[in-house]
Design a protein around this ligand. Sequence first.
Ligand code: SF4
Ligand code: SF4
Length: 423
Amino acid sequence: MTGGRGGFEGLDACVHCGFCLQACPTFLATGDESDSPRGRIELMRGLERGDIAATDPALVYHLDRCLGCRGCEPVCPSGVQYGHGLEAARSRITAVRPVPAMARLALWALTTPGVSSVVYWFARMLRASGLPRLLAGWGRLGFAMGMLAATKTGGRGRYGAVKSARKRPTPTASYRPLPPITAQIFRGCVMQGLFSHVHDATTRTLAVNGYEVREVPGQVCCGALHAHAGLTDEARALARTNVAAFGDGEEPIVVNSAGCGALMKEYGRLLGDVRAERFAARVRDVTELLAGDGMQGPVAGAPLDLHVAYDPPCHLLHAQGVAVQPLKLFAAIPLLELVPVPGAAECCGSAGLFTLLEPEMSRAVLKAKLERLREATPQVVATGNPGCLMQIGAGLAAAGIAARARHPVELLDDAYRAAGRYE
Ligand code: SF4
Ligand code: SF4
């Protein structure tokens, strides 16, 4: 991103073979070559050469409709780095076209310290009223309400959520050899504002597995939403703050949001310095830490008689290449049955602010996934990213599918609680 061509070089390897087309949710939704990776790569190459202006309506239209899910990367035999090219192209477009007002407003409300804490407080109050669940539906307001309702903790005794007498149970003991390994937790903005119960579950489940999770003051939003919107300078400023806040230690930095983890693992490229590279090398998804270096998997929990559809977040599976570790987590819960869902690895249509900015395409992509989920009849759809949890949760509610979206560590947390591993 800081190199001479800003990421466009990642597109050089494309040989137009078209293997990526069937992996692209937007191409599958429209059948239009310009909504495919191959078509977009041609547009982006034209942009870099100067043959296509950054203001060209067709260029902007088709790149705006790209989810940035990177589902096209693992299937590409030539190793095209589509995501790097897309960020470079979006950065060029943003330089000549203002970021849409709605995106600016959302970024300001969700990621600005001071502002976001008030916004999240109101959101939590609204969520606690129960209204969002009642108003969930397909319209703009209904979908937004469904997204908010989907952030609620699963602690209602349904679908494997085990009730606890204590609000903040703590692990009775680590079940791994002492001394504990220290890990620093990244809290993020949306995760901290609406999914703090997932942070609690992360801390507890890691403690059972021999980690002591430490807080890091001074950390800020990871910058992923900004980078995806083409606001590279803002993303860099946030990255620099985080690199300084987490310091130069060796401890792993644990992240439970796939979108945040994907960008944080790229801070070295984003900032182009050695300190940021060292930071990036420490970043681990929570499922990577729980699975362990030897992939032995987490300590087993109590049985949960649950049918679970795992929906791997694009930014975990495609961007970070973390595929096996979440399966190790599910394997540590006896009786839990993973329900196969065709096309589970395809994007849900959330893609950061995409669900707000491109609602038509976002819902088209989501509805294809929902139909497959309806047939699979899981009780829980597990996914490790806040945007996916909200998008899929809202979709399940709007489509009248009786399943809940939950983070994988919430399920492990339930299994540990049921096994008496917390007091
Ligand atoms: S991106 Fe890869 S898979 Fe797609 S057309 Fe180019 S070379 Fe083929
Ligand atoms: S990033 Fe996703 S939506 Fe965009 S071209 Fe690749 S597969 Fe299609």
